[in-house]
Design a protein around this ligand. Structure first.
Ligand SMILES: NC(=O)c1ccc[n+]([C@@H]2O[C@H](COP(=O)([O-])OP(=O)(O)OC[C@H]3O[C@@H](n4cnc5c(N)ncnc54)[C@H](OP(=O)(O)O)[C@@H]3O)[C@@H](O)[C@H]2O)c1
Length: 297
């Protein structure tokens, strides 16, 4: 099934992290989640294992408050068994049930196969494998569409080559400083799949700036990559636009991307996101950005 997300999807991998059930911190996270559901963005993206299940739990509490109309706006992912690392058909069905219980929903518009590092593509595709479970859920109509959300790119290319997935989600690989997901997205496009591009800020540095954030894609960046970020910051400063706006619009303007998944866990960040979306980026910036990116080694 083809799904139709809005240009931005709200990512909640950090939502509710470390909060105790019933605590004021949980309540604050629920308040933020209510704002996410009440925003104009179609989907809120979570996963069975985000914040050890607390992301889904908080979203479930928010859904109780917002009402059933918001239920079709939550997208989650199935994860391996955290104890045994099993990731077969039965684990997929259990993971889906756990997510539905936390979220308080019976159906989902989209369910991703998340980071299947515990199994090979052949194991996942074999009878009794994880993908069989995903297809069963879609055939039963409790899931509208199924996606593959992982890394690295070559494994994702293998998964989308099977022809069974409706959507693909890649992270940190289609940004100002990394274009490695381009062939994957072109392939997915040609197959009529929905493309989600997650982590347009490289998980922070392209929003917070090179002086404040020290990682790209959850790792220490090379000096060479950091050098390109600094040069891009200088270009943005010369034009009076924030690097974060350019990083976001790089993904928003791409014809390869249906929806950009941005990590947002507070109402303040949600407002900032909407402000960044409204900024007009001068055309000359894209020329300078591409010149800097062309020096990547
Ligand atoms: N395998 C997968 O399926 C997979 C992998 C990665 C990501 N994802 C999805 O994609 C989402 C986004 O990924 P991500 O959160 O890692 O990366 P991201 O969206 O590139 O970056 C999020 C980071 O940017 C910061 N940020 C956001 N808006 C900002 C602003 N206006 N000013 C300054 N900093 C700002 C946030 O900081 P604060 O923490 O300070 O708010 C947060 O740490 C995840 O939440 C998840 O839903 C999926």
């Amino acid at each position: 099934m083809k799904i139709a997300p809005s240009p931005v999807t709200l990512g909640t991998s950090g939502l509710g992290r470390g909060t105790e059930p019933g605590s004021p911190e949980e309540q604050a996270a629920v308040d933020s989640a209510v704002a996410l559901f009440e925003s104009a963005h179609t989907y809120v993206d979570t996963s069975n294992n985000y914040s050890e299940g607390r992301s889904e739990a908080v979203l479930g509490l928010a859904l109780q408050r917002v009402g059933a109309d918001a239920e079709p706006h939550v997208v989650t992912k199935v994860d391996e068994d955290p104890e045994t690392r099993a990731f077969d058909r039965d684990r997929v069905l259990r993971s889906f049930e756990e997510s539905c219980a936390r979220l308080g929903v019976d159906t989902l518009p989209l369910l991703h196969f998340h980071d299947p590092y515990a199994v090979t593509v052949s194991e996942a595709m074999a009878p009794g494998g994880a993908v069989e479970g995903l297809i069963e859920l879609r055939d039963a109509g409790v899931v509208g569409a199924i996606g593959i959300a992982t890394y690295p790119i070559d494994e994702m290319t293998e998964y989308i080559g099977t022809g069974v997935f409706d959507a693909v989600l890649s992270h940190n690989c289609f940004t100002l400083v990394d274009r490695s997901a381009t062939p994957l997205f072109e392939d997915a496009r040609a197959r009529g799949m929905t493309v989600f591009n997650a982590a347009p800020f490289g998980s922070g540095i392209l929003a917070k700036g090179s002086a404040a954030a020290s990682t790209y894609a959850y790792r220490e960046p090379s000096a060479e990559l950091l050098g390109r970020v600094v040069k891009m910051e200088e270009v943005c400063a010369a034009h009076g636009v924030p690097l974060a706006a350019v990083a976001l619009h790089f993904s928003l303007r791409s014809p390869l991307v249906d929806s950009t998944v941005v990590g947002i866990k507070t109402e303040r960040r949600l407002h900032e996101l909407n402000e960044l979306m409204a900024i007009e980026i001068p055309d000359e910036i894209w020329v300078s950005i591409e010149e800097i990116q062309a020096t990547a080694i």
